[in-house]
Every structure is written in structure tokens, then in C-alpha cells.
Write a new protein. Structure first.
Length: 69
């Protein structure tokens, strides 16, 4: 679950891999959380979709790393 900010629509697809809410809409966030808790199969499917998206669209080698301090 996240808020409707710039770029979110490119990553999060409602009911596929997450829920998008308006900033400050805690009631809608609570409903989404209750939905996921009540439907473990939905949570599992959405989680798998998130993992698939990251694996297909993000390569760790494309990101800069910070050396240990």
C-alpha cells in the first residue's frame, strides 16, 4: 500500500501488486490492510506479482552502491 504520488502508477497496479491511496486517507489504507488480512490468497498473489515485477524490471547492477563506512 502506498500513497498516490508521482511515479506510483508506473509501478503499482491496484489489485494486482498493491493498493494506491490518496495522501492522508488512513481509512482506505485500513480497509486495504483488512482486505489483505482476510484474503491470504490475495496477499500471496499480490506479493508474487511484486517479486516478479522487481525481478523483470530492476537490476541491482544498475544501482550505485555505497562503500561500508
Amino acid at each position: 500500500m502506498l500513497t498516490n504520488v508521482s511515479g506510483v502508477g508506473d509501478t503499482v497496479k491496484p489489485w494486482v501488486n498493491g493498493f494506491v491511496h490518496e495522501v492522508g486517507d488512513t481509512q482506505a489504507m485500513a480497509v486495504s490492510l483488512e482486505t489483505l488480512l482476510a484474503q491470504p490468497e490475495l496477499l500471496s498473489r499480490m506479493s508474487a506479482s511484486c517479486i516478479d515485477h522487481v525481478q523483470r524490471n530492476h537490476n541491482p547492477d544498475d544501482y550505485a552502491t555505497t562503500p561500508n563506512c
